[in-house]
Ligand binder design. Structure first.
Ligand code: SF4
Ligand code: SF4
Length: 324
């Protein structure tokens, strides 16, 4: 059995909601087939009161060992570094994290709030929220510090997203439960490379419209025609995620449903200044050039490519090719 202790800090429970929808494998599979013992989860567990508090104390003191410590939500330090804006089981949550994280075999941060502060850390960050090992923008450090390693000698494993994809969580937990933590390649932001090397755009059903610079007729229209990058702010070409390779609920993704990718797996999320009317609108320089180009491109090469693509766009690229 692999023991899992799941705590929630500054969070909306969105990642728990997402996790409950895991399909490959499901939460039931994790417990029945893969031997996960969830010793505590704020939504799923019945443990409460003195008994729960005593259990937490045993993990915090090292009297009992925990294999995987899953943390959802930001670590809140306000007011004045006391952490008293987020009390849990009689003390600031940050104090539980301080004691349990270094004693856990592996620490996993679930969702943007736990990985780099997420929405609560957006300036002016009134709750003084931090991610476990990174801060907003991808600055290494976070609450536990840049040199933190868990008992097995691993840094925090980050599974970002707002919320994160349920199968990313369940597949990482399976790998850890199978003793394959050492095989889990991590990128510079400590995300499992298997999920965060390709882009949201990889596998998007609109990618042929991206190639020929074709927009959908308008937002929410043309569910299958046009690319959402040019006018509607899609960050698919510069967001590392496997949302179009591992479909949500085995069914779909944002871009397949007509919703631009808002780049939720990157440490700059939410991107931009969030002024009214900017979120689903491509921000442009001089009214023409997208402020953020596809990863690895500069303004000049992007404009050259886009100009040629639009000029040579074939007729089919302006049509809904999924109509049969
Ligand atoms: S920019 Fe967005 S909508 Fe367009 S192809 Fe890429 S992921 Fe799909
Ligand atoms: S499509 Fe983009 S915004 Fe949506 S979950 Fe995937 S990475 Fe996040």
């Amino acid at each position: 059995m692999t023991s899992v202790l799941w705590f929630q800090g500054g969070a909306c429970s969105g990642n728990t909601m997402s996790f409950l929808n895991a399909a490959e494998p499901s939460v039931v599979d994790l417990i029945v087939d893969f031997g996960l013992e969830v010793v505590y989860h704020p939504t799923l567990s019945t443990a409460k009161g003195d008994a729960a508090q005593e259990m937490f104390r045993q993990y915090a003191s090292g009297e009992k060992e925990i294999d995987i410590f899953v943390y959802e939500g930001s670590v809140i330090l306000a007011p004045d570094g006391t952490g008293r804006y987020d009390m849990f089981a009689g003390r600031p949550m940050k104090d539980w994290v301080t004691e349990i994280a270094p004693r856990a075999g592996i620490v996993v941060a679930i969702g943007d709030c736990a990985t780099w502060g997420g929405l609560p850390a957006v300036p002016p960050n009134p709750s003084d929220s931090h991610g476990l090992q990174f801060d907003r923008g991808g600055k290494r450090g976070g609450f536990l510090g840049p040199d933190f390693v868990s008992k097995l000698g691993l840094p925090v494993i980050n599974i970002p997203g707002c919320p994160t994809h349920p199968d990313w969580i369940s597949q990482v937990l399976v790998a850890l439960a199978a003793g394959r933590a050492g095989d889990l390649a991590l990128d510079d932001l400590q995300r499992p490379s298997t999920f965060f090397t390709s882009f949201t755009q990889s596998g998007c059903s609109r990618v042929q419209f991206f190639t020929y610079k074709q927009d959908p007729p308008s937002f929410g229209q043309g569910m299958r025609t046009g690319c959402l990058f040019y006018e509607f702010g899609c960050r698919g070409p510069m967001t590392h995620s496997s949302c179009n390779r591992i479909l949500w609920n085995r069914q779909s993704s944002k871009t397949r449903a007509g919703m631009p990718c808002v780049g939720c797996t990157e440490p700059g999320f939410p991107h931009g200044d969030l002024a009214v009317g900017t979120v689903f609108k491509t921000q442009k320089v001089s009214g023409v050039i997208p402020k953020d180009e596809p990863e690895g491109m500069d303004h000049i090469s992007y404009m050259a490519l886009a100009g040629v693509a639009a000029a040579v766009a074939p007729k089919w690229s302006k049509q809904d090719m999924f109509v049969v």
